[in-house]
Design a protein around this ligand. Structure first.
Ligand SMILES: NC(=O)c1ccc[n+]([C@@H]2O[C@H](COP(=O)([O-])OP(=O)(O)OC[C@H]3O[C@@H](n4cnc5c(N)ncnc54)[C@H](OP(=O)(O)O)[C@@H]3O)[C@@H](O)[C@H]2O)c1
Length: 196
């Protein structure tokens, strides 16, 4: 990948956006272990690997790393336990990396969108309409918030005031209380068809 970037863009700063991600909803049973492991591979392993591969080039030219986490990164997420944990990893890892990179000319930003109107929920196996569009954002709105945060030199951004309020509350509550509240919402998003 590094050779590919050098061939096609021999000069200038580098922006790496780790956006790829998959989700799955439902209680962890072990039956869908392959899907859970694939989620860890795409959401965590690939992000770390790609960042590591491009870091020498980023350090040489300057630039930024934008990693897409989620509002679910702020509390344990029953019925999306693995997905939420992968996004908690992305959030904390990115902020830690940003600190390590201070003074290097490279920055790292964790983007934490809430529900966004994309193919994500269908890809996760949910029927259209399972997730309420009310309060959701468009991809364009999320991208604009992300680039504003990058320009402002921030290491974390939660796009949208509703998502900001939600994540602020979730991060202040005891983890088991926050998990209980998340369970009430996520129980309805089970992709095994058994949701309330
Ligand atoms: N939509 C939401 O409500 C929401 C909320 C919070 C966070 N997010 C995060 O936002 C990011 C983008 O998701 P999205 O909403 O745009 O969903 P999406 O429309 O389903 O897009 C998912 C992206 O991940 C890529 N991808 C999936 N599996 C892959 C694999 N095995 N290898 C490489 N790439 C793979 C897809 O590539 P192809 O198109 O080539 O398959 C696609 O670009 C994800 O990290 C997701 O967790 C989404």
């Amino acid at each position: 990948m590094r050779q590919c970037v050098e061939r096609t863009a021999p000069h200038g700063r580098v922006l790496l956006i780790n956006n790829s991600g998959i989700g799955a909803f439902g209680a962890f049973s072990g039956r869908d272990a392959e899907r859970q492991l694939a989620m860890i591979d795409v959401n965590v392993r690939a992000l770390v690997q790609l960042t590591g591969l491009l870091l020498p080039l980023l350090r040489a030219r300057g630039g930024a790393i934008m990693n897409v986490a989620s509002t679910v990164a702020f509390q344990p997420t029953p019925f999306a336990a693995t997905y939420g944990a992968t996004k908690a990893f992305v959030l904390h890892w990115t902020i830690a990396l940003d600190h390590e990179l201070r003074g290097s000319g490279v920055r790292a930003l964790a983007v934490c969108p809430g529900t966004t109107r994309t193919e994500f929920f269908q890809s996760a196996g949910l029927a259209p309409g399972t997730v309420a569009a009310r309060g959701s954002m468009s991809s364009d709105e999320v991208v604009e918030a992300a680039f504003r945060a990058l320009a402002a030199g921030r290491s974390q951004v939660v796009p949208g005031w509703l998502n900001k309020a939600y994540t602020f509350a979730a991060s202040k509550l005891p983890k088991s209380v926050a998990a209980g509240l998340a369970a009430r919402v996520l129980r309805r998003r089970r992709s095994d068809g058994a949701g309330a």
